[in-house]
Design a protein around this ligand. Sequence first.
Ligand SMILES: Nc1ncnc2c1ncn2[C@@H]1O[C@H](COP(=O)(O)OP(=O)(O)O)[C@@H](O)[C@H]1O
Ligand SMILES: N[C@@H](CCC(=O)OP(=O)(O)O)C(=O)O
Length: 377
Amino acid sequence: MSTQSQSEVRRSIAEARTIVVKVGSSSLTSSSGHLDPERLFNLVSALAQTVRMDARIVLVSSGAIAAGFGPLGFDSRPTDVATQQAAASVGQGLLMSQYEAAFARYGLKVGQILITARDTIQATQYRNVQRTLNRLLDLGVVPIVNENDALASNEIRFGDNDRLSALVANIVRADALILLTDVDGLYTAPPKEPDAKQIPYVPNVLDTLDNVRIGGTGSGVGTGGMVTKLEAARVAAVSGIPSVLTKATNAGPALMGDRVGTVFAPIKRRGTSRRLWIGFAADPRGTLIADAGAAKAIRGGHASLLSAGVVGVTGEFSAGDPVLIVDEQGNKLARGLSGFDSEEIPATLGRTSAQLRKLLGSEYAHPLVHRDDLVLL
Ligand SMILES: Nc1ncnc2c1ncn2[C@@H]1O[C@H](COP(=O)(O)OP(=O)(O)O)[C@@H](O)[C@H]1O
Ligand SMILES: N[C@@H](CCC(=O)OP(=O)(O)O)C(=O)O
């Protein structure tokens, strides 16, 4: 895909029909742990104008913990998980009631979707999330998404909403992702440093990390900092989705395609949402080790992984679960959906389809990972 100019990418954002907008805690709340209704209303106002111009918007909003700890009497964002979850439970309700009232002033309805990381990993859950979001958009509702903080387990948790927003952009097949935060874009170094300069355009987000020094959160209420925002921009770019990173007060101009913040060009054509799920959302449950010949075939694209080319398996998984495919040196080649349960695989290793049919029956004579279920890394 040839690199687009900044103007072309900005124009594609202005023309986007389905847009995921992510707003961080620091843009909605004060450091005392309360919502800032004026900033929230200004954001809603910019989004409502875009919806009026026939766009479909999914809002991924952080701020539940940051809006909940003040009313609970804490001076700063709690650090232990149980108190964060309690604060999120209080703050999420406050957040939604403010959004509901603010969007209602523009005649718009909102719907709440609380997602756990698990929902983006399991195929059936993923499809449920997808169906509900699409239906809400068809009904003209603005879905408001957050991580289900009150119930998310610590081991498997997004923690910040940046990566979640890139996954949601994939789930709804968005045409653009807007990341709203408290700084006006990506800088060459954390913006408090004197030599930090803003970068207006990133043609290939896979190249930027060498030239940019990135730090963590600058506020007492955000979590991910710039690391997770760049990760979100990367997932969007390789999914064929352009993104803009800017401060929340620039939401309107960013959506109009004006030159604000940092814009990231898409670097691949869009894949199907199922392939994107295999590539980004699904958490591999095990590993298949490909021999040199199979590794070469996989790298070339379009090849299935056959049992004959697999020399080892690790992990416990069922047929249909996502697995990582590596070469014998441990280099990651691809992700895919296993065609077999992990315990069935040792008996199939190194065998051709004809041998499998003869030894184990015709139900075993299929690829270990079919090419349609395989995404190169
Ligand atoms: N290279 C960089 N460019 C821009 N911001 C950076 C950079 N490195 C670190 N940051 C910090 O990232 C912060 C934004 O992340 P965060 O506080 O998690 O925001 P949010 O709550 O909006 O998700 C900025 O306030 C800034 O201090
Ligand atoms: N789901 C959490 C998000 C936590 C958080 O601070 O995220 P962010 O501000 O996007 O870095 C919440 O609503 O509090």
